[in-house]
Structure formats: structure tokens, C-alpha cells
Ligand binder design. Structure first.
Ligand code: PLP
Length: 339
């Protein structure tokens, strides 16, 4: 095993031994290739560079107490990448190829899988780009699918602690009939300025509102939003948010611990009524939210009165992370072992 300082690992990129690549040419996917280079040789007119034909995924593998490596819901990421490909006219990566490549990437880099109990995990980044040259605005005929992995520390060094967020009214992340529902690079480029402003003002993230009316909550930066009240888990329904696999998993767990789940538009004013609020995603699972300031009016929605995470958020967090690391049983079939 690699002797990294697992406990102080950043949530960032660390060079590993290998990555896995596969090219789509002449209307078909080729053989899987293993590379030890961190660089790709790309045509300067590749559509991925000019027209944003690029999609990615983010998922994690975990080492259990039993020394076995666990992949979490990879099939959901594969399906989502196919939706992304469809959305911006790219060749789809079949489930089987997606699976082979992520498993190979983990197996070839086993020494980088953080040990059980370190708080760190193995981040898996599948990437699909238009690699074919094109000068007119149209889809490429060649694609590169690449998977690299990198060990990551916890997203927030302070641990499971509530953060402050800011509602942004100056920037939209995605248009109502745009690409917000798929995981393409353009959405992230569009969110950078809002996140930068929020960070500069001392907030952990920016809360985006629906672009049409600015009345409803869309997303919490690169994470979904949820609120909890009256034993109900409430999360926005919107065409412009990314369907989060963490959110979907938390909803299932919420139902199974006897809560109700509501997926519906969430008006900004409703923030006043939530007992708990959180952002959810692969990186941090749940980020509890202490307060949210509205950039426009200066109004502060104070969610946590104690500065501590809410009990329900903690419970959902512990259940989900317990399943991921194997500390709790997996009644849903969300885990696949990598040998
Ligand atoms: C915009 C956005 N929303 C939500 C999420 C959370 O999705 P998931 O739980 O599948 O990681 C992510 C991260 O992947 C994201 O980038």
C-alpha cells in the first residue's frame, strides 16, 4: 500500500500509476488501453475544446473493515453519463465498457485506495470528450472515454459541521431548457463566478435559484439541496438541476426510516420553515447548512440555532456512509466489490 498521509489528504488531484482509455472511431468503441501518462494527445480542433462536447462523472470507492474495496452505485453514474452524452450529441459509453474501465482503473491503482477508518476514499473520475476535429458547430465523429482515479480526503476538513451559504441572484448556472440536468463541463464553467463571489464573501457555497423566476431553489453549488421539516425530506423538482445519486440514496433511506419524501418546487421563503437544511453530493455526502443569506435583500435564514448539524441529517449521513464503507448492511444492492 502507498504510504500517503491519508489523514491529511486534500480533496484534490494526486498522481496515481495508471488511467484507462478507450477511443470511439468509425462508429465503434475500440479496445481498452492502460496509460501511465497524465496527458492526452488531443487534436487542436477537437470539439471538446471548442464547443464544450465534454461530460464527466464523479463517484467513489471505499475500503471496508474487511479489506474489500466497494464501488457505490456505479450503474447510476453510467446511466447519467449516457444521458449527458445524449444531451450534447456524443457517443454513449455502454454500461459494460463503463464498468470495465472503472474496475480496471481501481484494480491498477489499488495501492492508492485509502485504508478503512482514514476518512479518505478513492475518487473515480470518468471523462468523455469529443476528440474529433470540427470547425463548424457540429458533433464530433470521434470520442475519448477516460477514467482516472485519485485518493481524496474529506471534502470539509472540519468534518460534519454546518456551513454558511449565499443565495446568488447575479448569476444563473443553467437555463430552464438548457443542460443543467446533465453533467457537462459548460454548467460548471457557468457556475465558477458565482462560487468565487460566495467564497470571497466567506460562504461555503452559492445557492442557485431557478433562472426563469428566481423564486425557487435550484442547486447548492455542485450539490443538490434538501430541507427537512415535519418528518419530511423536501428536495427541489426542476429541469435545471443535476439528478444527484446521493440525493436519490438519501431519499430511499429517509423513506425507510419512516420519513416522507417530497420532490417539488421549493420557494425561497420556505427556508424560514425548515428545521434542517443540507447540500448533498458524492464529495461530502451531506453538508449541513447553518444559515443562508440572500444576496439581494440581505435577509438571513438562520437554520441551525446551535451551530450543530441537525439530528436527522446526522442520521441520514451515518446510514449512507455506513453502507458505503460496509459498517452497515447494504439492503439495496448499492455496493459492488472490486477484487
Ligand atoms: C451540479 C451538481 N449537482 C449535484 C451533484 C451531486 O450529485 P451526486 O450525488 O451524484 O454526486 C453534483 C456532483 O456530482 C453536481 O456537480
Amino acid at each position: 500500500m502507498e504510504t500517503l498521509d491519508w489523514k491529511s489528504l486534500p480533496f484534490g488531484y494526486i498522481k496515481t500509476d495508471y488511467n484507462v482509455r478507450c477511443y470511439y472511431r468509425n462508429n465503434q468503441w475500440g479496445e481498452i488501453e492502460i496509460s501511465s501518462s497524465e496527458y492526452i494527445n488531443l487534436h487542436m480542433a477537437a470539439t471538446g475544446l471548442h464547443y464544450g462536447q465534454e461530460a464527466f462523472e464523479g463517484m467513489k470507492a471505499f475500503m471496508g473493515k474487511d479489506g474489500r474495496i466497494r464501488l457505490f452505485r456505479w450503474d447510476e453514474n453510467s446511466m447519467r453519463m449516457q444521458k449527458s452524452a445524449e444531451g450534447i450529441m456524443m457517443a454513449k459509453v455502454p454500461d459494460e465498457l463503463f464498468h470495465q474501465c472503472i474496475v480496471k482503473a481501481v484494480q491498477m491503482n489499488k495501492r492508492f485506495v485509502p485504508p478503512y477508518g482514514s476518512g479518505a476514499s478513492l475518487y473515480i473520475r470518468p471523462l468523455l470528450i469529443g476528440s474529433g476535429a470540427q470547425v463548424g458547430v457540429k458533433a464530433a465523429s470521434e470520442y475519448l472515454f477516460l477514467v482516472f482515479i485519485t485518493p481524496v480526503g474529506p471534502y470539509f476538513k472540519e468534518g460534519f459541521k454546518p456551513v454558511k451559504m449565499m443565495i446568488t441572484r447575479t448569476f444563473d448556472r443553467a437555463a430552464p431548457l438548457g443542460t443543467g440536468h446533465i453533467k457537462v463541463g459548460g454548467n460548471y464553467a457557468a457556475s465558477l463566478r458565482a462560487l468565487d463571489v460566495a467564497h470571497h464573501k466567506g460562504y461555503a457555497s452559492a445557492l442557485f435559484l431557478d433562472a426563469r423566476e428566481k423564486k425557487f431553489i435550484d442547486e447548492a453549488g455542485p450539490a443538490n439541496f434538501f430541507g427537512i421539516k415535519d418528518n419530511t425530506y423536501v428536495t427541489p423538482e426542476s429541469n435545471s438541476i443535476l439528478p444527484s445519486i446521493t440525493n436519490k440514496s438519501l431519499q430511499q433511506i429517509a423513506l425507510d426510516v419512516g420519513m416522507k419524501v417530497e420532490i417539488r418546487p421549493v420557494p425561497v421563503e420556505e427556508l424560514d420553515t425548515f428545521e434542517e437544511v443540507g447540500a448533498c453530493g458524492t464529495a461530502a455526502v451531506i453538508t449541513p447548512v447553518e444559515s443562508i443569506v440572500d444576496e439581494d435583500t440581505g435577509k438571513i435564514y438562520q437554520i441551525s440555532k446551535t451551530g450543530e448539524p441537525g439530528e436527522i441529517s446526522r442520521r441520514l449521513y451515518e446510514k449512507l456512509t455506513g453502507i458505503q464503507t460496509g459498517d452497515l448492511p447494504d439492503p439495496y444492492g448499492w455496493i459492488e466489490f472490486v477484487s
